[in-house]
Design a protein around this ligand. Structure first.
Ligand code: PEP
Length: 248
């Protein structure tokens, strides 16, 4: 099945109003791409401004997290509906930094994925094992449990993406070998197909963790790798565009 590659940049807690110039460069570069879909996920403070700047361009704007509920007494939190209202088209949920620093469980991540669906946002659901889990030979069961617990139940209009991000590869410069990535993505595809049928076949599985221009070709040409979730390298337009160029 044909899946359009998605290259999404997770800016994390980086970016000020002055970063708009970088987005402009990404938008200009994205016009040269024919195949890849580009997305920038800035901090919430920049969502509205970035969504306005990107309107009508090939660059989608996404958020980095959302609350499970639409509104209420949850100081500091932001709902999926608010993100949509600010112009977001997608939201990352269950990033390992949220799981680790904010104690997010699979059940909470599933709630957030459902909130995204309710608000009409594409959820990018992150899964991935730690170094210790991989070394103990538990990478597959860990990812399997995260998929089972974090993804929403099948439904007709369900659309989401999965990002496989080994925790030990994030921001470290280390990446799994091609064989390990191929094996994990094939396993995720098999789980998605078994649970969602055609929807699972059409669901994009992104790889994330130290993707750079220098290794993009090696990582993004693996079977069942339908694009990338990029952290550090997405902050520089030239690097982000060089990665996306691998997908065409
Ligand atoms: C991420 O945090 O989602 C990520 C992939 O980061 P980096 O590319 O910096 O490893």
């Amino acid at each position: 099945m044909q899946r359009r590659p998605l290259v999404a940049g997770n800016w994390k807690m980086n970016g000020l109003k002055s970063s708009a110039a970088e987005l402009d460069k990404i938008i200009a570069g994205a016009r040269q791409l024919v195949n890849a879909e580009l997305m920038v996920c800035p901090p919430a403070t920049l969502l509205q401004e970035f969504a306005t700047a990107a309107r009508g361009s090939p660059v989608a704007i996404g958020a980095q997290d959302c609350h499970v509920l639409a509104a209420g007494a949850y100081t500091g939190d932001i709902s999926a509906e608010m993100l949509k209202d600010a112009g977001a088209q997608a939201v990352i949920v269950g990033h390992s930094e949220r799981r680790r620093y904010h104690g997010e469980t699979d059940a909470m991540v599933r709630g957030k994925a459902l909130a995204a669906r309710r608000a009409g946002l594409l959820a990018i659901v992150c899964v991935g094992e730690t170094r210790a889990e991989r070394d103990a030979g538990h990478a597959r069961p860990v990812v399997r449990a995260q998929l089972d617990g974090s993804l929403p139940e099948p439904a007709d209009d369900l659309v989401f993406a999965v990002a496989y991000e080994p925790v030990w590869a994030i921001g470290s410069g280390a990446t799994p070998g091609r064989g390990d990535i191929a094996e994990m993505h094939a396993f995720i595809r098999q789980r998605l197909s078994a649970r969602y049928g055609d929807v699972g076949q059409g669901t994009r599985i992104l790889y994330g963790g130290s993707v750079k221009p220098a290794n993009a070709e090696e990582l993004l040409t693996i079977d069942d790798v339908d694009g990338a979730l990029v952290g550090g390298a997405s902050l520089k337009a030239e690097e982000f565009l060089a990665i996306a160029a691998v997908c065409g």
